[in-house]
Design a protein around this ligand. Structure first.
Ligand code: BDR
Ligand code: CA
Length: 349
């Protein structure tokens, strides 16, 4: 698949960093067309303040521009917060131990950052959300015009014709705050066809399978030594000795994720790179084949609360409010990731 000409994409990323969120941030930092306006932090994989710390630390490690990092919701809208350190490690970045960030957090709340940017550049900004939808839902409550002020949003979340990864029918980001997801899908029902939310659900993101070979290739592009070998036979918790700091920390983070996937019967010693895929789609929607549907949330089910339900055939008599990703080329995604993030890492060494 040929890459289209790169035009600048002004972007706000809302994340719950998170191992795969980390690679999503690296992908954005490594992409010259990404005009990263702000990163907003939500509680999810780990507590929101830890998310903020992780984001600042990755930015600083990569010597990236002084992007505003704003704290957002520390708890979901209705239900209590549940985090998932067993998936992402005690700090949310697996075995990586990033240097303490020295950059300060923004004094603004995440919702203010979303609303202010969107008002200043109506119709221009793409929103990428790779965590629970809490911040965006709160922002929509404060500024109901937000869906029309943004160019488009790309969401990592949900499971449609696919099992959940948190409960049998529920994906993690939605499970953490299903009420927020309901608010967002309802609010974005008003946007025109060419601005419908793009939804990267487990149906496709579980096909974005990172293997140890991808890490080795990325390290090679980065010029890191010695060859980066992350082996299923290594002692759990083995640490990288890579000369390149970005490679070293990324490898330590992803190793934890691979151990998690193996331990929880998620396909072996691999890692599903949900969030970086959504980041790549936010920069280049042509990477994804989508199908329009009307998406709503199950909030009442005793077993299915947080299930994303897609009406593909208009049975509810409501127009589509989402473009669900139904296909992609995972090899092309990894080609871009290795090339871009490898080059970013090389520039840091
Ligand atoms: C999503 O859940 C989180 O654990 C990941 O970071 C990703 O955003 C996948 O279900
Ligand atoms: Ca995430």
């Amino acid at each position: 698949m040929a890459e289209p000409r790169r035009t600048r994409v002004p972007l706000i990323a809302d994340v719950d960093t998170g191992i795969d969120d980390s690679l999503a941030l690296l992908y954005l930092m490594a992409s010259p067309e990404a005009e990263l306006l702000a990163i907003t932090c939500t509680a999810g994989n780990v507590a929101a303040r830890q998310v903020a710390k992780n984001n600042l630390a990755w930015l600083e490690l990569c010597d990236y521009a002084d992007v505003e990092v704003a704290l957002g919701a520390e708890v979901p809208i209705v239900q209590p917060l549940v985090t998932t350190e067993e998936t992402h490690g005690p700090q949310g970045i697996g075995y990586a131990e990033l240097p303490e960030p020295t950059r300060p957090l923004s004094s603004r709340h995440a919702t203010e950052v979303w609303i202010d940017n969107a008002r200043r550049r109506p119709g221009e900004i793409t929103g990428l959300i790779t965590g629970p939808l809490t911040n965006l839902a709160l922002a929509v409550k404060l500024e109901p015009e937000l869906p029309l002020l943004l160019k488009r949003i790309v969401i990592m979340g949900g499971a449609f014709n696919h099992p959940g990864n948190t409960r049998p029918t529920t994906e993690w980001n939605i499970a953490v705050d299903p009420d927020a997801a309901k608010i967002v899908f309802d609010a974005f029902s008003v946007v025109p066809e060419d601005r419908r939310p793009v939804v990267c659900a487990l149906d496709v993101t579980e096909r974005i399978v990172m293997t140890p070979a991808h890490i080795a290739e990325l390290a090679e592009v980065a010029g890191s030594t010695p060859a980066e070998v992350v082996s299923p036979d290594d002692e759990p918790g083995t640490r990288s000795t890579a000369s390149n700091p970005v490679v070293r920390h990324l490898s330590d983070a992803v190793r934890f994720y691979m151990e998690f996937h193996r331990a929880y019967d998620q396909g072996g010693f691999i890692a599903h790179m949900h969030d970086p895929f959504a980041a790549a789609v936010a920069l280049d929607p042509s990477l994804a084949t989508t199908r329009a549907a009307t998406v709503d949330l199950e909030l009442a089910g005793t077993l299915t609360r947080g299930q994303t339900v897609a009406d593909w055939r208009g049975m509810w008599g409501r127009g589509p409010n989402a473009d669900i990703v139904v296909d992609t080329d995972p090899d092309e995604f990894f080609r871009r990731t290795i090339e871009r993030v490898g080059a970013l890492a090389r520039s840091i060494a």
